[in-house]
Design a protein around this ligand. Structure first.
Ligand code: GMT
Length: 377
């Protein structure tokens, strides 16, 4: 296909949508497209230098006359500036609010026929969608985009249910870079973290928001350790961390829980893990489960949002009802006490990701959307 000039806007800080947007930009650049990230700070996964990736920072000045700094207007102005100066073919924005709305304004300001692709990631619908003061703005952002994608079919259903947009939405699953997310030799790390040879390693990775239900992870782990010697690796940080620390102490699990905070090379941590627990009450996709599976880690997840589209129940992990801690612990014990089953699930997890969520396959889906918009074919 023709090489395109693509502007990408996302929340650049740690978070699945920022990760996906940045990885997509990198993959598109590797395929010869010219990528322009337009955001408030450099996307955190953009570490390497690419000759065809550019970054345009949105500066927001605080003036005493404004109660709130006008970030959205500054973003739209920067987008319009980049559309015109760099002759962009399209803007691919991640999140309807505010990014799609800013892109629509930027298109008008630039006077150019730039196409707008919006990807819905979840929080814009599953949280903001319940705020009546925002639903019309979300609907506007979706309907005025040229193409809209969502990271799971569950999110599409929720969007129609809550926002009722008059617009087709296509499911494009998230992907991982298989060159990074694969099982690596990291046995030293196991030792360094104090995980004994007879112990199993259970991992949870999140931003520790209340929706992640980390207390359920701790309670389930507590039950697991009644039957199986194990350590729990907690990766990430967020608003619930203080509550979690208190709970770990109360349940006398301090020696068994390793708080790792935010980490960069999570593939090493997945590679030493035997099981992931992701027991969220809202999860439009669950990128961390995909990352874990790519490294051969089976996952136990809740029957929520897009998670059942990511995990193959009884093959790459187990799907349990939200809050059913006994079921989670039972499934974990069943798997961790049967090394044959564990190896089979680990193998299934890797092949499941390769078959359904490979970067090439998903990036091609996005390219096809871009091409259809620009050529009308
Ligand atoms: O999960 C979060 O709190 C972060 C959020 C984000 O905006 O980055 O993640 C959302 O987008 C990810 C990438 O598409 C999905 O994997 C997560 O499931 C989704 N989070 C929720 O739906 C809660």
């Amino acid at each position: 296909m023709k090489k395109l000039k693509i502007g990408i806007t996302c929340y650049p800080t740690v978070g699945g949508s920022g990760v996906v947007a940045t990885e997509l930009g990198k993959m598109l650049a590797e395929r010869g497209h010219e990528i322009h990230f337009i955001s408030s700070s450099l996307p955190f996964r953009l570490k390497k230098m690419y000759h065809n990736i550019f970054y345009h920072q949105v500066e927001v000045n605080q003036y005493s006359v404004f109660q709130y700094a006008p970030y959205d207007i500054a973003l739209a102005s920067k987008m319009a500036e980049v559309i015109k100066r760099e002759n962009l073919d399209l803007l691919h924005v991640h999140y309807a609010i505010p990014h799609a709305v800013c892109a629509i304004l930027a298109k008008q300001m630039s006077g150019r026929d730039v196409k707008i692709v919006t990807t819905l990631h979840g929080t814009d619908i599953t949280v903001l969608g319940y705020d009546p003061s925002l639903t019309d703005a979300i609907k506007f952002g979706i309907e005025k985009s040229d193409a809209v994608t969502a990271v799971s079919n569950a999110l599409i259903a929720q969007t129609y249910d809550l926002i009722k947009p008059d617009k087709p939405i296509e499911a494009v699953y998230n992907f991982i870079d298989e060159r990074v997310y694969k099982k690596v030799e990291a046995s030293n790390l196991r030792k360094e973290l104090g995980i004994g040879v007879n112990e199993k390693a259970v991992i949870h990775v999140s931003n520790f928001r209340a929706v992640k239900r980390v207390p359920d992870v701790i309670h389930a782990f507590s039950k697991i350790t009644e039957k199986i010697p194990a350590k729990l690796l907690l990766v990430g940080d967020g608003p619930e961390m203080t509550t979690i620390c208190k709970l770990v102490k109360k349940l006398e699990l301090t020696d068994k829980v390793i708080f790792l905070g935010k980490q960069d090379n999570v593939e090493d941590l997945y590679s030493i893990s035997d099981l992931m627990l992701l027991l969220s009450e809202k999860e439009s996709f669950g990128l961390v489960a995909l990352e874990a599976m790519a490294c051969g880690v089976p996952c136990i997840v809740t029957n929520i949002g897009g998670l059942p589209e990511v995990i193959a129940d009884e093959k790459t992990g187990f799907i349990c009802e939200l809050g059913d801690i006994a079921a989670v612990a039972g499934r974990a014990i069943e798997l961790l006490s049967n090394s044959e089953k564990q190896a089979e699930f680990a193998h299934n997890a890797i092949t499941h990701v390769q078959k359904n969520f490979s970067a090439d396959m998903i990036v091609e889906q996005y390219e096809h959307i871009y091409e259809t918009l620009l050529t009308g074919d």
